[in-house]
Design a protein around this ligand. Structure first.
Ligand code: ATP
Length: 138
């Protein structure tokens, strides 16, 4: 069993029910889940690996545009499996590739791409503690 962090980004919170259905249809269980409004500083910290990218400001603006839902997923090969279910980063590419991935279904473009999934076990641990250990008044 492996853990990963999924985030339903502000553009896709309205599809919460569909995303939760996909989580269980694909055999994951949910360990913890919370809805939070991230501050600009929190987004900048969470995505600090991208601080020098040209899309960073757009990303911070997008991720603070409304609440997000952070979900700690548990399952076999959860990190790779969840990334496969959400599809390519760019939602338009996701739509070209298959209409079934969550970014194809609920994303709009390269920034507004509906969902996040951790990219490694190191990132998963860091991201799960970010949302669930002593943050947001725990
Ligand atoms: P990873 O790159 O780790 O596989 P990811 O698919 O979430 O994961 P990242 O490259 O980590 O994508 O980028 C983080 C977020 O920044 C993306 O999910 C997207 O919202 C935004 N982003 C990434 N690349 C671009 C881009 N070229 N243009 C606009 N926004 C981008």
């Amino acid at each position: 069993q492996e853990r990963t962090l999924a985030i339903i980004k502000p553009d896709a919170v309205r599809y919460l029910g569909d995303v939760i259905s996909a989580v269980y249809e694909n055999g994951f269980t949910i360990a913890r889940m919370r809805m939070v409004q991230m501050s600009q500083n929190e987004v900048m910290y969470f995505y600090s690996e991208h601080k020098d990218k040209d899309f960073f400001n757009r990303l911070v603006e997008f991720m603070t545009s409304g609440p997000v839902v952070a979900i700690e997923l548990v399952g076999s090969d959860a990190i790779a499996k969840w990334r496969n279910i959400i599809g390519p980063t760019d939602s338009q590419k996701a739509k070209e590739q298959s209409s079934h991935s969550l970014r194809a279904r609920f994303g709009t473009d390269g920034t507004k791409n509906a969902l996040h999934g951790s990219s490694s076990s190191t990132d998963a641990s860091r991201e799960i503690s970010f949302f669930f250990d002593s943050k947001y008044g725990n």
